[in-house]
Design a protein around this ligand. Sequence first.
Ligand code: SF4
Length: 280
Amino acid sequence: MHHARARALKTRLDALLATRDPAEARAADPVQYVHRFADPGDREVVGFLASALAFGNVVAVRASIERVLAVLGPAPARAVEAGEAALARSLEGFVHRVYRGPHLARALARVGAMRRAHGGVGLRLAQLTGEHGFREGLARVADALRGPAPHARGLRHLVPDPRAGSACKRLLLYCRWMTRPADGVDLGLWPLAPAELVMPVDTHVHRIAQNLGLTERNDASWRTAEEITAALRRLDADDPVKYDFALCHLGVSRACPSRRDPEKCRSCVLRPVCRQWKRS
Ligand code: SF4
């Protein structure tokens, strides 16, 4: 990306970020459940839960998170210490897409075990990132949360493997929430440099990133997420993932079409830097 183009893009994306109202952003995002709790340990546990279940229809996602929060009660960090069998009993009959109670019980119990053994998921991730780099560090955390193989398909989907090539959107969203500086949405709790983070990419973010020339790749994969992050590092080397909001904003509201659309694009703040707009 040329310097002038990076500067133009930064101006536009910063303008979009400046329009963000934290209360509105929280209300539209499962991170709202994390903000219900004040204790950092509870936030770490609820952040895992809320990001892991953020898959599928918004109403169903909310209902599923509420159901599990009701089981965990007012002190989730203590509740996950109950162990896998007890959690599985409390979550009997739980179904969310391909996830079942036992998958969630396993992962939550192992979040509790990691917190006991290492002082926190974030502490463990920071330590492993220091030793092996972020991707492998996160992969080792995910291995530990899945526990001993064989793994049911639902558990593999609930806690994906960053080595396998998929974009691991929900896992990276969890890292973003917990690591980026506290700004009314993200929490700044994990001892990891925000510069280490990789963008949480789904099909919406991928499309907008393509429109803005942040990636040429055609798949929403880990490599694409890294490529988008590298491009955003040109705009802010210390905190590239802060632009997640700006990119998500257009995608989730479905304001950004997959093809140039004069109606939808007219009021778009990114139009001057959008390749899709310039294409036709
Ligand atoms: S100009 Fe249109 S296609 Fe380009 S980013 Fe904006 S809404 Fe999306």
